[in-house]
Design a binder for this molecule. Structure first.
Ligand SMILES: [Zn+2]
Length: 276
């Protein structure tokens, strides 16, 4: 098994999105009216070369995100609080090809959640089996999802009909129920609610090391270690509970922690740096 990080451009967000400020709905308003931006963050996706087939975790952002009209023009978050920068050759399809992998050969795609910077590369995988959490898919399609929560389901490919994750396998440490993705049982999907209520993460285990593909369970390893919740999570307590579960997992298992927007994730993967 070999894991590659794929950076599909960068995203600029506000400081109060990186680390939330205030309580309740004020946390989201604070993001809009914050005048301070953070340094550009990577938008990471992952490919696992597994003997049972290629697995992609998240699909990154599309170059189209910079075109006017791609996001709903009325939406305050897209107008005021996020800037995406992706070149066409930085999309996940061309980057897989650079690694010698044809997107059409990808057997399985897992989406940690359906936010735009994780789902916008879906069009590269019409032939793959795609897994999402059923609750996440339903939430993204509701009025609340399409407005306050910022999902853009009208950009999903027409053919998008994912399979639902089923968490009915034995536990992995503090995570009571998991979805086993491989027959070998070495790639697991587990609920990590918080950033979205049905957010999931993926653990790939090899030689006693757990590669923890965390999506946005926390924006960085630092945020995990300092128990800092982002400004997007609708339920701060739930996000903290997940952060504590991941910390507990990392105490029990040698864990390389790999969130999607951590500038250190790529080097942590390369050097196999274990989080302590
Ligand atoms: Zn997200």
């Amino acid at each position: 098994m070999k894991i590659h990080a794929i950076q599909t451009g960068t995203v600029l967000i506000k400081k109060s999105q990186l680390v939330g400020k205030g309580a309740g709905f004020a946390r989201q308003l604070n993001i809009l009216f914050d005048s301070e931006w953070v340094e550009p963050l990577p938008i990471l996706a992952w490919v696992i070369e597994h003997p049972e087939g290629l697995i992609v975790v998240d699909t990154g952002e599309t170059a189209r995100a910079a075109e006017s009209g791609y996001f709903p023009a009325w939406h305050p978050y897209y107008r005021m609080a996020v800037r995406l920068n992706v070149a066409p050759e930085e999309e996940i399809g061309p980057q897989l090809q650079k690694l010698g992998i044809q997107p059409a050969d990808v057997k399985t795609v897992v989406l940690t959640h359906l936010h735009t910077d994780h789902a916008d590369g879906l069009h590269h995988f019409p032939k793959s089996e795609i897994y999402v959490d059923g609750g996440e898919l339903a939430a993204a399609r509701t009025l609340l999802g399409r407005t306050l929560r910022g999902y853009i389901p009208h950009r999903w490919p027409d053919w998008f009909a994912p399979k639902f994750l089923e968490f009915n396998e034995k536990k992995a440490g503090p995570f009571e129920q998991v979805h086993r993705l491989t027959r070998a049982g070495d790639v697991l999907v587990l609920p990590t609610p918080g950033h979205t209520p049905n957010h999931v993460s993926v653990i790939a285990r090899q030689d006693g090391v757990s590669y923890f593909l965390a999506g946005d369970a926390s924006y960085s390893e630092q945020a995990l270690l300092e128990r800092k919740v982002d400004g997007i999570s609708p339920d701060k307590a739930q996000a903290l509970k997940t952060i504590d579960k991941i910390r507990e997992y990392a105490v029990r298992e040698r864990t390389v922690y790999l969130p999607s927007h951590d500038a250190e994730s790529m080097s942590r993967l390369e050097k196999e740096i274990v989080s302590t």
